[in-house]
Design a protein around this ligand. Structure first.
Ligand code: PGA
Length: 264
């Protein structure tokens, strides 16, 4: 894992935006894996600004979102389809027909999961997968105990996740307890993964992901097995890392190496 520790959420979003901008400029037909939640909002804002400034285009891009609530259709204000349209897709030059979010209103959710996997494979696989992390270490809606090689499937949300997301639902509003989510194996198949985390409420999960054992009890720890995982965090999210100075040192050395390679 490449561990990048930055000062604050603004720097984390800009760093993430640099990675996505470079990817789109390298391959205009990139397949992006996208995420919802509070953390990616600032990154999406940065991408919108860069797209409007003509720094890169999403015209040839295909996107696949990590997850969706089961039981909500895309017009529901709390659906992740609605989130993606309002936070990103409506403001960039992407072709909406090339944006995929698991269908929360699928008549047969089990076959919808298989079809989602097939669609990703048909498009050639995901180039970069964006991730957040839950306080319980989840990635997507892969809650603790999720199989480390799991594929897209229906998952039950933990009480912690339901409580964390309750802030988005009205007091009397129906809040789903089930989701469709890419599996951990699906996420690990992406050529690159970029996980963003900010704030001290993520510090325990970040510590477990980076320094804990590889375990289904912390689904994000599966990223220890990925060959190109970049963890971009602010100092608050990094605050419980035991070996933080070592990670800062590695990154400083990494930057020197990159500068040398760029000079060749
Ligand atoms: P958050 O959610 O960005 O809203 O903190 C992250 C997640 O649960 O994956």
């Amino acid at each position: 894992m490449q561990i990048v520790i930055l000062n604050d959420a603004t720097e984390v979003a800009a760093y993430g935006a640099d990675i996505f901008t470079a990817q789109l400029n390298k391959n205009a037909n990139s397949i992006l894996g996208l995420a919802t939640g509070s953390t990616p909002v600032a990154l999406y804002q940065a991408l919108i600004e860069r797209n409007k400034a003509g720094e890169m285009s999403f015209k040839g891009v295909t996107s696949f979102n990590l997850d969706e609530y089961l039981g909500l259709d895309g017009s529901h204000l709390q659906s992740y389809r609605h989130f993606m349209n309002s936070q990103l897709f409506d403001h960039i030059d992407i072709d909406n027909a090339n944006t995929f979010v698991p269908p929360g209103d699928a008549k047969n959710p089990i076959s919808a999961c298989h079809e989602y996997e097939e669609k990703i494979a048909q498009k050639g696989g995901i180039d970069i997968q964006l991730l957040g992390i839950g306080r319980n270490g989840h990635i997507g809606f892969n809650e603790p105990s999720s199989g480390l090689t799991s594929r897209t499937r229906v998952k039950t949300l933990t009480k912690a996740t339901i409580d964390d997301n309750a802030r988005f639902f009205g007091a009397d509003e129906y809040q789903p307890h089930l989701s469709i989510t890419m599996g951990i194996g699906t996420i690990l198949d992406a050529k690159k993964v970029v996980l963003l985390a900010t704030g001290d409420n993520k510090a325990d999960a970040i510590q477990a992901m980076i320094e804990g054992p590889l375990t289904a009890a912390c689904p994000a720890s599966a990223l220890q097995m990925h060959r190109d995982a970049v963890i971009v965090i602010d100092t608050a999210a990094a605050s419980k890392l035991k070996d933080i100075e070592f990670y800062r040192h590695i990154e400083a050395e990494n930057q020197k190496l990159q500068a040398y390679l760029a000079s060749l």
